[in-house]
Design a protein around this ligand. Sequence first.
Ligand SMILES: [Zn+2]
Length: 198
Amino acid sequence: MVTAVSSILKSLGEDSLRKELTGTPGRFVKWLMNFQSIDMDLKLNGSLSGGVDTFDPDREVNFKDRQIHCELNLPFWSQCEHHILPFHGVVHIGYFISEGFDPIAKSLVQSIVHFYGFKLQVQERLTRQIAETIAPLLLGGHVIVVVEASHTCMISRGIEKFGSSTATIAVLGHFSTDLAAKAMFFQSVASATTSRGQ
Ligand SMILES: [Zn+2]
């Protein structure tokens, strides 16, 4: 891999033996290996057991008695698979929670976000994979996920302005039909975005 990067530098007209560049291929490869694709089961299985809102699957979900729990502004880094360039941003997650139940531990949610981020990705798939991993932890699997991201590939080509971001959304279960619940979630996202100063 290091040889391959040296060869890319040469193709760019650089002298890869130049003092300042000697460590560059190695550093690039080290960074790139952060995004190595690893089997999901190996990493998350342990932490996903021992469920959260675990319940009788036959129990009727009463949405009136349930609140929407929001995890907002979870940071992530990823690598656009079309250009092998970074994109990064924040993830917002909303789900119903019954009274007396604890929300999913924030550390678990953040590790799910990191897990799907640290690989070659497209933003839409990242959004869907986060939703599909969180859904089985919840009664009925009702979850909404929004990913806001800035893409180096788009900013550097002038398609996206610096500081702007692209939003994608994944909706599972009740959130696809309950417009009021969706609106409540978006309201929380909007106030979290305002407090981030955007
Ligand atoms: Zn790209």
